[in-house]
Design a protein around this ligand. Structure first.
Ligand code: XMP
Length: 305
């Protein structure tokens, strides 16, 4: 990227030229990529763009409200409450790739409904360079909105950030005056908390994961990790009050990285780790243990599934 200013000017011109007078649609996830792409496209074509935010119930704490507020200047914003439908579809599904598949399919169904309703010709996507590289390989089937072009018959797909790295997207986001909560936000996987609870997705596990991820993001902010997260691993014995409990084990992970393709586990001081432990075990009666993950990528991945 030459510089953010020039990039923005070129990207807006490109989007205007491609979309013309037609209707466009973008899936807004709350992450920095789709938010930046939406802001660019809105700048380019205004209300001809309908940003669609699907509340899957797998989002971070407070995320839906933040989206509603941050993008309230876009009159065409649509927020779809699909929490129950996602949980229903995920019931009984334990295999990680199958989970991604189910979520991807349901997402497409929700999105398709809106795209057809507004008769959208163009799909804008916040795809960035590492997404293209990873999806060419076989590392993991990335849900974002990868399957959409095959399902909805769009006239064209616009990917204004296809050659950018994550840190360049953040520069663009800052230049566009996107709120810090978005521009500085850690990457979050498309399938959301579903890949941060091992095995079947249940409301209880999601609740534990949502609160634990909130604690971890808050407590580790000063370490400026590329990504800090918590995952619900399974159950183990513990003691709470006078009782032995069979409670959830929560793993905490914090990594440095440039593009997510490789990563180093961060060294965190003991006091901070203990504060995280105490907040997470205190937040939910059924959490008995918190562990810290010291594994780099490779051999581990950043996410747990
Ligand atoms: P892994 O776990 O493969 O993650 O080391 C690398 C980066 O990709 C994110 N990630 C995903 N993003 N859909 C996404 O949109 C996915 O299915 C997915 N899986 C992992 C992960 O959060 C990290 O930033």
């Amino acid at each position: 990227m030459v510089n953010p200013d020039e990039f923005i000017e070129d990207a807006i011109a490109e989007i205007r030229e491609e979309v013309g007078d037609a209707q466009a649609v973008i899936a807004l996830s709350g992450g920095v990529d789709s938010s930046t792409a939406a802001a660019l496209a809105y700048e380019a074509v205004g209300d001809q763009l309908t940003p669609v935010y699907v509340d899957t119930g797998l989002m971070r704490k407070g995320e839906t409200d933040e989206i509603r507020e941050t993008f309230s200047y876009m009159d065409s914003l649509r927020i779809v409450d699909a929490k129950e439908r996602f949980l229903d579809e995920l019931a009984g599904v334990t295999d990680p790739e199958e989970k991604r598949h189910v979520i991807g399919e349901q997402f497409i169904r929700e999105f398709e409904t809106v795209a057809e309703d507004i008769d959208a010709d163009y799909l804008v996507q916040g795809t960035i360079y590492p997404d293209r590289i990873e999806s060419e390989g076989t590392i993991k089937s990335h849900h974002n909105v990868g399957g959409l072009p095959e399902v909805v018959d769009f006239e064209g797909i616009v990917e204004p950030m296809r050659d950018l790295y994550k840190d360049e997207v953040r520069e663009v986001a800052r230049e566009l005056d996107l709120e810090e909560i978005i521009s500085e936000r850690m990457p979050f996987p498309g399938p959301g908390l579903a890949v941060r609870v091992l095995g079947e997705v249940t409301e209880e596990k999601l609740e534990v994961a949502r609160e634990a991820n909130h604690v971890v993001e808050e407590e580790l902010e000063e370490y400026e990790p590329w990504q800090a997260l918590a995952a619900v691993l399974g159950k183990a014995t513990g003691v709470k009050g006078d009782n032995r409990v069979h409670g959830w084990v929560v793993a905490v992970r914090s990594v440095e990285s440039r593009d997510g393709m490789t990563a180093r586990a961060q060294e965190i001081d003991w006091e901070t780790l203990q504060r995280i432990q105490s907040r997470i075990t205190g937040a939910h009666e059924n959490v008995s243990r918190v562990v810290y993950d010291v594994t780099h990528k490779p051999p581990a991945t950043i996410e747990y599934e």
